[in-house]
Design a protein around this ligand. Structure first.
Ligand code: A2P
Length: 340
């Protein structure tokens, strides 16, 4: 680092991801001059802690970014679409966690373990996009195999935690579960159906092709991050009654043959990955173990015996940390270290 200190703002600081961004920033090596916490007018005047200090939450406005070097956004797609250009116009680099800018060809979509070089393209629009949570953990885990053998096709099914929907969904799962075990009536507000003791094969809106928007995010973002439109990707995304950590069943067809044992050794000690794979002792990645830490856990690695070049794996990561806040702050660290 150059010795420079940075002014950093978090837009959506009062939300589930924004709160985690605060923690990740506290843990980060980025030298800070100041932090600003921004949210809607509803939260203006409330306080959030940062390294022991109590900081006022301010209302996010078009003028919030004067003098700010880096803004981390997690306040919903509409808010990012509206306010990120004002931030960029004031010379602030936005790292946006929403889906608003991800597929803009001028906006880099970055997972530091996979395509850190893409950060350089922040100069196009002053905006860098953070991928979808399910995409991040999948590409972190399959990247070493992609680099060694190439990947022809990916079939993924996800088991996604409610925290990905935000604070209201965390409360809804808690409230419905408590009501049901007390034989009381429950309310359905966040999802179209009850989430407690249920699985919903429906994340984000349905599109004309029958897939959900979340499923197509996994298809399009994976290709953009690998800069490879030849990869076939088909996804089924499912919301499950888990608070934190997304789990994924991922099947890949490689271009060149690789055995399950070779995949295991390839993934050992790769940045951001922890192999958790000892089925004989009931050891495999679990949502409850992934929660609260930054590594992507990979296990159940085995040959797909139905095709010549197939591998199956079970990939689990904390969707609020590596799937959102940690990845965003890691991008900020690269920016601060190499570019600003
Ligand atoms: P607020 O808490 O004031 O509503 P979550 O994803 O957990 O629901 O959090 C969403 C975050 O985005 C919160 O910090 C929320 O602030 C913020 N937010 C939502 N809408 C706006 C808006 N129009 N302007 C600024 N911040 C917003």
């Amino acid at each position: 680092m150059s010795g420079k200190k940075f002014n950093i703002a978090i837009a959506g600081a009062t939300g589930a991801v924004g709160n985690q961004m605060i923690t990740c920033l506290e843990e980060s090596s980025i030298p800070l001059k100041s932090v600003r916490f921004l949210a809607s007018h509803r939260s203006a005047g409330s306080k959030l802690n940062f390294k022991g200090a109590s900081i006022d939450v301010e209302e996010l406005t078009e003028n919030s970014f004067k003098g700010v070097d880096i803004a981390l956004f997690s306040a919903g797609g509409g808010t990012s679409k509206k306010f990120a250009p004002f931030a960029a116009n004031d010379g602030c680099v936005v790292i946006d966690n929403s889906s608003a800018w991800r597929m803009d060809p001028d906006v880099p979509l970055v997972v530091p373990e996979v395509n850190p070089h893409a950060v350089a393209d922040y100069t196009n629009k002053g905006i860098i996009a953070n991928p979808n949570c399910s995409t991040i953990q999948m590409v972190v885990a399959i990247n070493p195999v992609y680099r060694k053998c190439g990947i022809r096709r990916i079939v993924v099914s996800t088991y996604q935690a409610v925290s990905g929907t935000g604070k209201k969904a965390i409360d809804e799962l808690f409230d419905q579960t408590r009501s049901m075990i007390n034989f009381a009536d429950y309310e359905i507000n966040v999802y179209p159906h009850r989430i407690a003791f249920n699985c919903l094969p429906h994340i984000d809106v349905f599109l004309e092709n029958g897939y959900t928007k979340e499923e197509m995010k996994m298809v399009n973002e994976t290709r953009k991050i690998f800069e490879d439109d030849s990869i076939g990707v088909t996804a089924t995304t499912v919301r499950v009654p888990v608070f934190y950590s997304h789990s994924e069943s991922v099947n890949i067809e490689t271009k060149e043959h690789i055995s399950a044992d070779e995949v295991k050794s390839l993934l050992e000690n790769k940045p951001g990955i922890k192999v958790v794979d000892d089925p004989a002792n009931n050891i495999y990645p679990l949502a409850i173990d992934a929660a609260g830490q930054d590594l992507t856990l990979v296990g159940r690695i085995r040959n797909d015996e139905s095709i010549p070049n197939g591998i199956n794996m079970w990939i689990v990561a904390d969707n609020i940390r590596k799937g959102a806040a940690t990845n965003t702050v890691q991008i900020a660290e690269i920016l601060a270290d190499k570019y600003l």
